[in-house]
Design a protein around this ligand. Structure first.
Ligand code: G2I
Length: 459
């Protein structure tokens, strides 16, 4: 960000803390304080998500909060092994698809949860061991990640594989007993099935620097050194009263290994809940590779922690003090970029990022396309860069290669699926600061070939 922009964002944030809500609303039109969690996080280059249960998507209070406040969703149970493969080789996508469809219809990203876990396995998998279980795991990951290919921002590839209690080692489980390499096999399998999803390791009681988080740190360091594909680490953050004092330092040490970090299942019980939410939010904002926060449910009545009221909305759907604490903390952070796109760190097989040397005109924008192709299909990532002044909305027009048909689009709304197509911004990525960029993408059937996009914007 240019220095002037830093000063303006900092000054705006400072000013906002002192002005009334009415004044803040006026300032919001000039890309300052967000009035919802998702909008404010997006202004700071991050997402704010919630765990969602498909069975609640008919509850109007629930859905209105979800659609108003959040720009990311994690299925709470619907993508787990017992839900997606209830009998071996027979897959049930109903719950997961409902959630993905809701997310896509509302411009939200999806965190996939979870491909390999010792818990919530279907009975048939619990009864397997050795090479039969290993093969079943690989097939499961391949099938699920392929079904959702192009629709998942980040997958919790492996969940909760480390032991509690001091040693920093692995948890015993049927998966662990298939061999210590089961985690890296899971990550390599997921990468092959969905090359554009960020691949995360996710765990709990790892929210400070302790022997368990250090065990995971050592694994990530080893994976990076050996080229095992890992892009991110999830910190569940099921907390009571406070975050560990070294919460931010712990996030930062992982980020320094070259992975994104995400707060993936946040909920905080206890009387000092609001202050703890503030601390967690500020810690994420202070770590540039902390790409987003997900709370594990919407209302207290939706929480798995029955009776502990650990969430941001009360059981009637009213905002709690913890909500205000999070929104204020988000709004205090510098505006660093619009909502960033899917993979900020390209997979090893991805082409290099488009040249940043473009310098579009004031108020205008430029677009560049990078392609990832395979036999019979391709993914296109389109980077929209604002000129020397901020833009409020954008549209990119391009002509697809002959015969190509779009099957999925993320972070933009397409006008059609073949021929010449215009892509408009979605709710959270229309505003792009001067000189900054946002990215959208689409997946198509057909042969990938160079495309020449044109970009128009309003300022
Ligand atoms: O336990 C809290 C979370 C810890 N990290 C991994 C997450 O996946 C986990 O989520 C919870 C869900 O919030 C619960 O909703 O995972 C539980 C299972 O381990 C989920 O509970 C299960 C119940 O145990 C089942 O009896 C029930 O059928 O929810 C299922 C669907 O409602």
């Amino acid at each position: 960000m240019p220095p002037a922009r830093v000063l303006r964002a900092t000054a705006t944030a400072a000013l906002l803390m002192a002005v009334t809500t009415a004044a803040a609303t006026v300032l919001a039109t000039s890309a300052s304080a967000g009035t919802t969690l998702g909008a404010s996080a997006a202004e700071r280059g991050r997402y704010y998500g919630a765990a969602v249960a498909a069975g609640k998507l008919g509850d109007s209070t629930y859905v209105s909060i979800l659609n108003r406040e959040f720009n990311a969703i994690t299925p709470e149970n619907e993508m787990k092994w017992d839900a997606t493969e209830p009998s071996q080789g027979s897959f049930n996508w109903s719950g997961g698809d409902r959630i993905v469809n809701h997310a896509q219809a509302n411009g939200m990203r999806v965190r996939g949860h979870t491909l390999a876990w010792h818990s919530q396995q279907p009975g048939w998998a619990q009864n397997l061991s050795g090479s039969a279980l290993r093969s079943a795991m690989v097939n499961h990951i391949t099938q699920v990640a392929t079904h959702y290919r192009g629709k998942i921002y980040a997958w919790d590839v492996v969940n909760e594989a480390f032991a509690d209690g001091g040693g920093g080692g692995r948890r015993d489980s049927n998966l662990q007993r298939t061999g210590n390499d089961w985690i890296e096999v899971a990550f390599r399998t997921a990468r092959a099935a969905d090359p554009n999803a960020k691949l995360c390791y996710n765990d709990y009681n790892t929210d400070g620097i302790n022997s368990k988080s250090t065990g995971i740190y050592n694994m990530v360091q080893d994976f990076k050194a050996r080229g095992v594909p890992i892009d991110c680490v999830g910190f569940q953050s099921h907390l009571t009263n406070s975050a560990p004092s070294d919460y931010q330092a712990n996030l930062q040490r992982f980020a320094n290994l070259g992975v994104d970090v995400q707060i993936t299942e946040l909920d905080i019980a206890g009387s000092t809940q609001a202050g703890a939410y503030d601390a967690v939010t500020r810690a994420c904002l202070a770590v540039s590779r902390c790409t987003g926060i997900t709370v594990w449910g919407i209302r207290d009545s939706d929480s798995w922690r029955t009776g502990q009221n650990p969430l941001l909305f009360d059981s009637s759907g009213n905002k709690k003090a913890a909500y205000t604490s999070v929104l204020n903390a988000l709004n205090s952070g510098p505006i660093i970029s619009p909502s960033p796109s899917r993979p900020a760190s390209p997979s090893p097989s991805s082409p290099a990022s488009p040249s940043p040397s473009v310098s579009p005109a004031p108020g205008g924008c430029t677009a560049t396309v990078s392609l990832q192709t395979w036999t019979g299909g391709f993914n296109a990532t389109v980077r929209v860069t604002a000129g020397s002044t901020a833009i409020r909305s954008w549209s990119v027009r391009l002509t697809l290669p002959s015969g190509a048909v779009i099957v999925n689009t993320w972070n933009a709304a397409p006008s059609g699926t073949s021929g010449t197509v215009s892509f408009s911004n979605v709710s959270y990525n229309g505003q792009v600061s001067a000189g900054q960029y946002t990215e959208f993408g689409f997946q198509a059937d057909g042969n990938g070939a160079a495309m020449s996009p044109t970009c128009t914007a309003t300022s």
